[in-house]
Design a binder for this molecule. Sequence first.
Ligand code: BEZ
Length: 211
Amino acid sequence: MALRLGDIAPDFFAKTTHGNINFHDWLKDSWGILFSHPKDYTPVCTTELGYMSKIKPEFDKRNVKILAISVDPIDSHCGWIGDINETQNTTVNFPIIADPSREISNLYDMIHPKADDTLTVRSVFIIGPDKIIKLSITYPASTGRNFDEVLRVVDSLQLTSNYQVATPVNWKNGDDCIIVPSIPADDIPQKFPKGHKEIKPYLRYTPQPDI
Ligand code: BEZ
C-alpha cells in the first residue's frame, strides 16, 4: 500500500555512496528528504542532483539531511557523480543509495509500473524528526523538480511545528502566516505577540513568528 502523510517512514538498510546506513539511525533527530531519480547518466537527473548539491547548505541550516536513491549500482553512481560535478560546476555532497534489488524503491512505492516497470519515478518525501512523513510528491521522469519549492515546504512545515502557524497560497519566507484554526481567539495575543489581523473568525494572519 502507498505511503501516506502521517505514516512512519519505513526504516531500511542501504548501501550508499557515503557508506552503509540504517535510515532511522542516519537521520537521528534531523528532518530528512528522501528523493528518487530514474537513472544515472541521464540529463534531467544530472541537473537535479547538481542543483541539490548547491542548495544543500540551505537544508543544513534547517537541520534537514538529504538522501537520493536510484536503482543503479554504487559504481555507476560514483562514475556519474564525476559528470555531475563537472557539468553542473558543483560537488555532490550527499549520499546516493544504490538499490538494484529495488527493495527500498518498492518499500516507498517509487516504481509506478504503468509509467515504467523497472525505474523509479521522481518521488520526494519530507520526513520529520519524529520519522513521520510530512510531504510526498511524485513527478514524471521527464520533469525536473523545483527544489526551491521543497525548501519552501520545509520552511512552512517547521513554522507549523514550532509556532502553530500555517502558510497561505504562494507564501514565501518573510510573508505573513495564518494562525491555525485550532487556536481560540482568546489565546492569540499571548501566543502571537507580534500582533494579528482577523479577516474572518477562521482567517487570521500574524507576522512570521521566527524573524
Ligand atoms: C532524465 O533524467 O533526463 C530522464 C530520465 C528518464 C526518462 C527521461 C529523462
